[in-house]
Design a protein around this ligand. Structure first.
Ligand SMILES: [Zn+2]
Length: 389
């Protein structure tokens, strides 16, 4: 008898294509007819694939076409930012089915914030849906294996807190903890079919997620791509500004939402939040527009180095300041084209997200579904299914 671990390869074919016939599975997998029949029946039994269009019963002939059954179970995802989170129930294809947005202050620490996330999940949950896993996104560097944040510049009180352990006590299945910009990068990459992509999240802070060859680039310690805390090239021309991370002259200390808000207030325009500043920009307030445009140039200088080093196909802008893309993107574009290698910018696409505020939860749902359904993990998922509740 086939070990069930191998059904992941066949399931993978369905997750990447909408519908396949038995013959197509044989052709694409290179497996024998009897092996494919066995794997298809395992996947049908577990409900992970389904016959298409009720073909099962027509004329008594079994259907020969099947599709991934993304509705088989759900994942719960929460994309936590500095000033709010989006919580969502998603299907196994990473599509948010229902979501809500909650204002928080991430400085309050992990337990008050995660309590609110749990309440949001309860409000969104339905008793007829099976929860198979949970994905939590955080605005800081993540130690992936341990499911906790490490040395977060802005998440006071979260350093070393066992997020995965806390969530795992409350929900079944694996718990994925991921950096917020990385989860956005995965969502943007899968949705645009771009395997080499940089996701910039510009909100209160500046996040940057890298997906290359279709995989998240984390580096050795989860710190790869964190351009917000590299030194701004223009820092030397002015008095170096103190950053939230404890250093001076970081890109974020000039161009993060908190820094732009500080500069706007210093220019005599009192704004209470990054959201208020964004509203002023959208209304065309002259100081707000000038300050955000200049912030775009500073971000562009940092991104230009990344473009030369990594040669992405796409750069996608998300976060609260993405609403100001018409002011922000020209400055970013100007500096990239001025400073990066022409070969690296020849086919470069720079654009605002099309996923809106759901980019983070979408990416978390995709990463959690990978954790459940990929060839090396589906064994455990199916074993948990078979175990009595
Ligand atoms: Zn910094």
């Amino acid at each position: 008898m086939e070990p069930p671990s191998h059904v992941g390869d066949v399931l993978g074919l369905f997750r990447h294509r909408n519908e396949l016939s038995r013959v197509e599975v044989i052709e694409r997998s290179g497996l024998s007819r009897s092996t494919v029949n066995h794997r298809l029946s395992t996947l049908l039994e577990t409900g992970l694939i389904r016959p298409v269009d009720g073909g099962e019963s027509t004329g008594g002939r079994p259907s020969t076409r099947f599709a991934f059954n993304a509705e088989r179970a759900v994942t719960l995802t929460a994309d936590i930012g500095a000033s709010g989170f989006v919580a969502a129930v998603c299907d196994l294809a990473g599509t948010p089915l229902r979501h809500l947005v909650q204002t928080i202050d991430v400085w309050e620490g992990p337990e008050p914030v995660l309590d609110l996330v749990e309440k949001a999940f309860t409000a969104l949950s339905r008793t007829d849906e099976e929860v198979w896993g949970v994905g939590i996104g955080v605005p800081g560097p993540v130690e992936i294996a341990a499911g906790r944040v490490v040395n977060p510049p802005i998440m006071t009180g979260w350093d070393g807190f066992d997020i995965a352990g806390w969530v795992g006590l409350r929900y079944p299945g694996p718990v994925v903890v991921e950096n917020d910009a990385n989860s956005r990068a995965v969502a943007e990459s899968r949705h645009s079919g771009s395997d080499n992509l940089i996701a910039l999240k510009i909100g209160t802070g500046i996040g940057c997620g890298l997906v290359f060859n279709g995989q998240i680039v984390r580096g050795n310690d989860g710190a790869a791509g964190d351009i917000g805390h590299t030194r701004a090239t223009s820092a030397d021309e002015r008095a170096p500004r103190p950053c939230r991370c404890g250093n001076n002259g970081c890109v974020e200390a000039y161009a993060g939402g908190w820094a732009l808000q500080r500069d706007l207030t210093a220019a005599g325009v009192e704004v209470g939040s990054v959201a208020d500043m964004v509203n002023l920009v959208l209304k065309g307030q002259i100081d707000a527009v000038r300050i955000v445009r200049e912030g775009g140039r500073i971000i562009g200088e940092a991104v230009a180095s990344l473009v030369s080093i990594l040669n992405p196909a796409t750069i996608v802008l998300s976060g609260q300041l993405a609403a100001c893309d018409e002011i922000l993107l020209p400055g970013i574009r100007e500096r990239i084209y001025e400073r990066a290698l022409p070969l690296a910018t020849r086919r470069l696409q720079l654009r605002r997200t099309r996923l809106g505020e759901l980019g983070g939860v979408t990416g978390l749902a995709l990463i959690t579904a990978d954790r459940l359904l990929e060839a090396d993990s589906i064994d455990l998922t199916l074993a948990n299914l078979a175990a009595p509740a």
